[in-house]
Write a protein that binds this ligand. Structure first.
Ligand code: ZN
Ligand code: FE
Ligand code: FE
Ligand code: ZN
Length: 251
């Protein structure tokens, strides 16, 4: 499975069969049986599930689920709830990409890390992730430890720092994703790292697998490796979603 695919990229692609098909073709070639489209909520006006369905009909080997990746910001809960109310979906992924107005995962804004003590920054970040999960709006929490993207590490134990987020995720009954996107970034490891994944497993938090593909050739990238890491952490099943209901699939 690959439950985090941006078939619109960042508006690089249009929601038409000719531009959706390469994503499904790549999934088929990599043996991905199920993909979850999770384009950013800022492109919601361009979502076209009819075009997706029409395209998916020509790829019977690939089950396509409809989702959205919501850029979670504290205080935005009413607006997010209103947006989700307009979107027929199989799942929604909640992700934290901002600390206040600072978009920390954007390559042009890396110098923002200089303004924070790393441990303090991790504490603030995981507090935001906790709020995201506690909102109860999301089936999946995206890239749990994205704050490490450029390689800034806390001095303290990251599992302890993430405790507040993990407890909120477990409490909300949400899943985390094991994302291979971090392998393509300077940090060069999955989101989350193995110690955090092991802690998630101990807390009975369900798991999805994802590439966070923004281009067809990234669909399913390193998902085999993600499946091995998931098993290493203890997981024997991963989670799929249909109409916001989960089901477990053997790894
Ligand atoms: Zn994106
Ligand atoms: Fe994201
Ligand atoms: Fe994404
Ligand atoms: Zn993402």
């Amino acid at each position: 499975m690959d439950y985090h695919v941006h078939s619109l990229g960042h508006a690089a692609f249009r929601p038409i069969p000719a531009e959706i098909a390469p994503f499904l073709e790549c999934a088929r070639q990599r043996g991905i049986a199920e993909i979850g489209l999770a384009d950013h909520d800022r492109y919601a006006a361009a979502f076209d599930w009819r075009a997706v369905r029409e395209t998916a009909a020509t790829y019977p080997e690939v089950t396509v689920r409809f989702g959205v990746e919501v850029d979670y910001r504290s205080g935005g809960k009413p607006a997010i709830r209103a947006l989700l109310g307009t979107l027929p979906r199989d799942f929604a992924t909640g992700s934290v990409h901002n600390i206040g107005e600072w978009n920390f995962d954007h390559p042009d804004h890396r110098d923002g890390f200089d303004r924070y003590d790393p441990d303090e920054l991790y504490r603030i970040y995981f507090g935001e992730v906790a709020a995201c999960a506690a909102s109860g709006l999301f089936q999946i929490i995206g890239h749990l430890d994205l704050i490490k993207i450029w390689g800034h590490r806390p001095r303290g134990d990251v599992v302890a720092l993430a405790g507040v987020a993990l407890r909120a995720i477990a409490g909300a009954g949400a899943a985390v994703e094991l994302s291979t996107a971090g392998l393509r970034r300077p940090v060069a490891e999955t989101y989350p790292s193995l110690p955090l994944l092991q802690e998630a497993y101990r807390m009975n938090i369900p798991l999805t697998l994802s590439s966070d593909a923004h281009r067809p050739e990234e669909v399913g990238q390193e998902i085999d490796l993600a499946a091995r890491i998931a098993r290493q952490a203890g997981y024997r099943t991963v989670t799929g979603f249909s109409h916001c209901r989960s089901r477990q699939v053997e790894l």
